[in-house]
Design a protein around this ligand. Structure first.
Ligand code: SF4
Length: 291
């Protein structure tokens, strides 16, 4: 839940989730629609699906125990080097480091060397005696992440209070490296076409190929092209939405009808029992202004 998401946002979701699923076994008996409903609003829904898939594999194949090697753990859905190393360190106290943006920045500053010029795996291997000298590897994995977030922050690192400042090349150097990474933002234009009816319902389909919401409930959505849509669609409004590193410029169209294509189903513009992604809920909000 914490990947790409702040702690304060996660807390209510975490509490609700762990109240519902008290054990790995409980979670493994769930299904996509149930966990997506609990995850609704948190975004990055692939995480929820991967978590469920992991629980099923762990229960059925690994006797409910997480594998203790990186090679094996990475076979689980959604687990790559970062999460795998974090889990091995935190759960099994293995001498590993979860290399994320915070950790890269800390090492890069200590060396006063640009991130792209550092081979982090080689660096860790070369310094493993110093890095893993206490055998408190679980604490060390966590501490490094926290250190990057709280002390050696992206902007204005707290160097004067830092316990590493005596050996930190960034602190001592008159020629400090630039260490704020620009996020690659992509701008995209989308047209969205909503079938709506007089009962305040909107037709959605899971049959879509939009990468960031593939197979989730959406109206018709497509990247804007120059041809003006069929005249039977009425323009409602233009608005912006951001998902991850995508900045979306959206033109919203609508049509009142009772006839919808076979892969579509009607959903209330109010509350629904089924999971609706936040992106689609924002469309609901715009369309509701018609009533
Ligand atoms: S001295 Fe400053 S730059 Fe160096 S590790 Fe500490 S907080 Fe980061």
């Amino acid at each position: 839940m914490l990947q790409q998401t702040q702690v304060k946002t996660v807390i209510p979701y975490f509490n609700k989730f762990t109240k519902k699923f008290k054990t790995l076994n409980d979670l493994s008996k769930s299904n996509d629609s149930e966990i997506l409903k609990l995850w609704e609003g948190l975004g990055y829904y692939k995480r929820a699906k991967n978590l469920l898939a992991c629980s099923k594999i762990l229960v059925n194949k690994y006797f409910s125990k997480l594998p203790d090697s990186l090679e094996e753990i990475k076979k689980l859905p959604g687990i790559g080097d970062y999460t795998g190393n974090a889990l091995l360190g935190l759960i099994y106290n293995k001498p590993t480091i979860a290399i994320d943006g915070n950790v890269k920045r800390v090492f890069s500053r200590i060396l006063n060397k640009e991130e792209k010029k550092i081979d982090f795996n080689k660096f860790i291997k070369k310094n493993k005696k110093k890095l893993f000298s206490t055998n408190r590897n679980a604490d060390f994995v966590e501490a490094l992440m926290e250190f990057g977030a709280l002390v050696c922050k992206p902007k204005n690192p707290n160097c004067f209070a830092c316990c590493l400042n005596k050996s930190c090349k960034y602190f001592k150097s008159n020629n400090k490296i630039e260490s704020i990474r620009e996020r690659m933002i992509k701008n995209k234009n989308f047209d969205i076409f909503c079938y709506i009816n007089k009962k305040k319902q909107i037709a959605l389909t899971k049959d879509n190929e939009i990468s960031f919401l593939k197979n989730f409930n959406l109206p018709i959505i497509r990247e804007t092209n120059k041809t003006f849509p069929n005249q039977s669609w009425k323009f409602l409004k233009n608005y912006k939405n951001s998902i991850s590193n995508l900045k979306l410029n959206i033109n919203l169209y609508y049509k009142f009808t009772d006839k919808i294509p076979p892969s579509y189903r009607w959903y209330s513009l109010g509350r629904n029992k089924e999971f609706i992604p936040s992106f689609t809920k924002k469309i609901f909000k715009q369309v509701s202004t018609l009533f």
